[in-house]
Structures are given as structure tokens and as C-alpha cells.
Design a protein around this ligand. Sequence first.
Ligand code: PLP
Length: 446
Amino acid sequence: MASQESERTEIERLDREYTLGTWTRQRDFDPTEIVDTEGPRIVTVDGDSILDFSSQYVCTSLGYDAERIADAVNEQIRSVPYVNPGWATEPRARLSEKLAEITPGSLKKTFYSTSGTEANEAAFKIARSYTGKHKILSRYRSYHGATAASLSASGDPRRVAQGPEIQPEVPGMVKGPDPYAYGSSLDPEQSLEYIDEMLTLEGDTVAGVLVEPLVGSNGVLTPPDDYLPRLQEIAHDHGALLICDEVMTGFGRTGEWFASGLYDAEPDIITMAKGLTGSYQPLAATTVTEEIATHLEDTLLNQGHTFAGHPTACAAGVAAIETYEQEGLLENAREMGAYLKSELESLAERHPSVGERRGIGLHQGLELTRSEEKRVPFEQRSDKVSGRTTVLDEVGAHALDNDVYFYTSVNTIVVTPPLTITEAHVDEAIDALDDALEISDAAMEE
Ligand code: PLP
């Protein structure tokens, strides 16, 4: 809720006055000052300690007290704070070696950048170089980034928020259907057949099929187990690479290092960011197979950034991976994920406005419905860009009043806490959600 000017702190006033907020009309940009963190909680200037069940943008997977990362970053700043990407540094070399170890299949070499968006842009260039083709096939219910090409590859409502005059789409981006049995007219099997046909009809000009293995902000869509291996087969039959965008699902969120590992798929390229450093530093990566790396031995990799492989960010990455390993956080994601799933299932039984629970591990979501029978959403995709307050927003705001923060997106309450949580945290979040869902129950059609 927008606070009155007179109630804002000095920092809130300055921030409001001199910072442009992301993805919003500026009159709606009225952020609350955060002054501290504790475990999986953020603390406001008014002293409210808020349990973070979103991991912000599904990125603070280690919570807020990973000392090892703070130490590693400090040490690196004092030794080699920065050199350009033409030099070798220990944190970059160690991180690349580690990524080769934890990524599935024969993924081996890594290109670095600073955001998930750039990681996907690099994947497009590499796929085009390797296949000699230019199109990218992605899906409608997806988000892959904010720049021209990555937003054009996204089906997210933000792609069409401003119309073609202001926001023209990059050519060569083709979109297919999603594995979304609950809300789509095609079942996942039919959606795969459709993609197969599309690749044929595009005349096999597609360089890469880009998917979030488990969709994030566009509804936590969870495919059947055989979906991803089948998609990989279909892509390869048409001479296209399988690119898995694991910006949200990477680094243990589903209980595996990468969600593609859940499904026995071996992507040709994986893109990652967020959990790579637990978001203690901005860092993103595009990891490719040995075969693609061999192709790049004699072909120009025509991409780079000043901050590619930034030493302090890579030091944070190495320390983050050690933290996931030494604190058993993948196991915890599996255990807490199973507990969270059963608690969400019983919420779904108690609240008629919960249409479906989806997700795996600590990547879960509840899709709400205005009318269970007709599967009618409360929130239209266009609401996201119109600035209208929806029932979903009200549910989220009510939970926040009870000091639990959930990310709501495209008619879904996204439930993605840090991997460090305990059962007591789950209970606290479920209580807040139980209360908040009374709002959506009351708003249902008769
Ligand atoms: N890909 C996915 C699946 C994402 O969820 C996001 C961001 O939320 C991105 C890409 C873009 O990442 P960034 O915001 O770091 O540019």
C-alpha cells in the first residue's frame, strides 16, 4: 500500500524521488525501507520481521546469513577486486570447474555475465553459431529476460505491455504451447506434438528450443516426467539445440542441482543466475556441452561484457556452492519440499479458491480460481501490466500484513522460500496463507 509522503522515512523519500522503479508506473513505486535481515527474514525500518517465502525474485536461496560468502567476497576484494575477462583468476577457474561437475550430461564450459537476461542472450548467439540457423522457439507461458531478444523470446505479459510502436519484437522468435493441463486446451502430450509440427513448418530453421524446465513466474507449470526428454528428442530431430533456462530452477531449488536433472534430460545449453551466488553478488552463466565448446575453438564467440566472470562475483559463486553442499541444502529442499507440498495440498482441500497446487521441492505454487468448475482465473494476464489491483494482490497483501511475504504472479501464489527453512517456517507461512485465502474464497462466483 502506498504510504503518505509525510509517513515516509528519509531513505524512502530519497529513493522515491531519485530512483526509477522496475516494471512499474512510477506513481505506483513506493518501496518500504529494509534495514536488516535475519535467517530467512527481512526486517523493515518499522521493525517488522517478515518471513520471506518468495526468496525475493526466487533468488535468495541461501537466506540472508551465509557468512562464508561474505568472507569470500571480502577476501577477493582485498586481493584481486577486478581484472578484465582476458586474465585468469582463481575464483573464475574454480567456479567453472565446479559448474562442469554439477551440471547434467556433458555440459562443460561456461560463459559468464551478470543477469539471467544476458545468460539467455549468450545462449541465443551460441546456438545460432553452432547450428548455423537463427530462430529461437520458446513457449507462451515463460519469462526469459528484459532485453529486446530475451523479452521477445518470453511469452510473459511484459512482452506485449507497450505495443509494437514502442516495443517491437526481435524477428525470428517463434512461440509454442505449454505443458499446462489445468489451463490450456492442449494436454502436455498434444503440446509436444504441436511443437514437433511447428519445427517442421518452420522449415527446420530453429537454432534452439528454449524452455524453463519447471516454469517460474508464469504459473509454476510442472510437466509430466517424460516431457523434457521427449522435447529434447524432438528438438534434436529437427537439428535444434535444447536450451534450458534454469535461472529460477537451478541450484537446488527442486532438490536437484538443476531441474533438468529431475527429468533425465541432457540440455545442450543451461542458463543460470539467481541461486548461483544465492544473490549475494550479481552473476549469471551460460554453460555449454563439450561438443559446442569444441565448435567454438575455431569460431568466434562474438559476445562479452566488462564484468564477465567478475572475480568477487565468482568468489561468491564458489562459496555459495560450498554452502549448498556443506549445509545439505539440496536434501533440505527435498525434505522441506515434501512437507510443504503436503501442507499446500491440505490448504487446497480446505479452500475452494485454490484451483491447483503445482511444483517440486521448494519451487511450488497455488493457482487460484474464481470458479472451480470452469477454472476461471482471478487475474488475467493483462492485469499484470495494467496496474489493476487483483484478488491475488489482496491475498499477497494480507499475508504480508501477517509478516509473511509471497510472490504472486499470473494468477499464481508462488511459494519458493530459501532452501534453509525448517518445518516451523513452513507452519508459519501456511498459517498466514490459510488466513489470506479466505479473501479469495469470499471473492468466488456463487
Ligand atoms: N529466466 C528466468 C526463468 C527468470 O525467472 C528470469 C528472471 O526472473 C530471467 C530469466 C531474467 O533474469 P534477470 O532478471 O537476472 O535478468
